[in-house]
Design a protein. Structure first.
Length: 289
């Protein structure tokens, strides 16, 4: 068995086992749909969609639909939870909107970006290897499931929850994060459109206060989601609070900031202005040196 095949087997096994553990801890408090707990059904859908889209993506050697597929899956899971939650309360409706609005915005933004750029550098050395490429799609299934699990669990809960202080606080934190992420992405998009900025790094707008303000916004989004879900979860379901922790680890230790920082360090390694910007600008949280 070659190395990439062995790694793929480990990735799939760990992803499935971790998902099963979360499902086991949360499904008892979930309503059912199609004779399955909604949590179980969402777990199956999260991976099934990725694996189905992987097939044509590998055949045609394209990563063009990777991010879009992830975003569409988020929307699918929220709709599944809403269908099972009938009649839908204001609380459940707002939680679902938090997923759908975020997913539609980010998915369309990333899809339009890759259509313009033509490729995603993350996949340059991956998509030719079917095992590594399959692992990437499997990890996206895990990302979708764990990231959305707090809201999905709350929407599909047996409990009837009214809007209260925690729900409003969570929605407020989510909204702040959403605005920060949208503004940061827009500022960078406008900056890159300027021909004079093609080989210059951005230091204006929110990027003046953080080297990765969009990721700071993303973390606030899922922290707010976890807070908003608290009134509807109990007992073992508190495991769903892994969601913002998972996002933080992913963005700060795995595929987010480390990759971009390494790329920037290589591109501007001899640039004094970049060295000063990096030395004086927080990597993530604004104003926190």
């Amino acid at each position: 068995m070659n190395n990439s095949k062995s790694r793929a087997l480990v990735v799939v096994s760990v992803s499935v086992l971790l998902t099963y553990a979360i499902v086991s801890a949360t499904r008892n408090g979930s309503v059912e749909l199609a004779h399955m707990s909604v949590i179980s059904l969402c777990a199956v859908v999260a991976f099934a969609v990725q694996w189905l889209v992987f097939i044509p993506s590998y055949v045609y050697q394209t990563e063009r639909f990777y991010d879009l597929t992830g975003s569409v899956t988020f929307v699918c899971l929220s709709i599944i939870a809403l269908i099972a939650a009938k009649p839908i309360s204001l609380y459940e409706g707002l939680l679902a909107c938090m997923i759908i609005i975020w997913a539609c915005r980010l998915g369309s933004y990333l899809f339009l970006r890759i259509l313009k750029d033509g490729k995603d550098d993350r996949f340059n050395d991956i998509k030719q290897d079917k095992y590594r490429f399959f692992s990437a799609w499997t990890l996206q299934g895990l990302w979708v499931f764990i990231t959305s699990i707090s809201l999905i669990t709350a929407i599909a809960s047996h409990q009837q929850v009214e809007m209260g202080a925690l729900a409003y606080l969570g929605i407020f934190v989510w909204a702040v994060g959403f605005v920060i992420e949208v503004v940061a992405d827009r500022q960078k998009q406008v900056f890159r459109k300027e021909t004079k900025n093609q080989h210059v790094f951005i230091t204006t707008g929110l990027w003046k206060f953080s080297r990765h303000p969009n990721y700071f916004g993303e973390i606030l989004i899922w922290l707010g989601a976890a807070i908003a879900s608290l009134p509807a979860i109990s007992h073992w379901q508190y495991v769903v609070l892994i969601s913002p922790v998972f996002v933080i680890i992913l963005l700060t230790k795995v595929s987010g900031i480390p990759l971009l920082e390494a790329k920037a360090d290589l591109k501007w390694k001899d640039n004094v202005d970049y060295a000063n910007y990096k030395a004086n600008t927080p990597v993530l949280i604004p104003f926190l040196k």
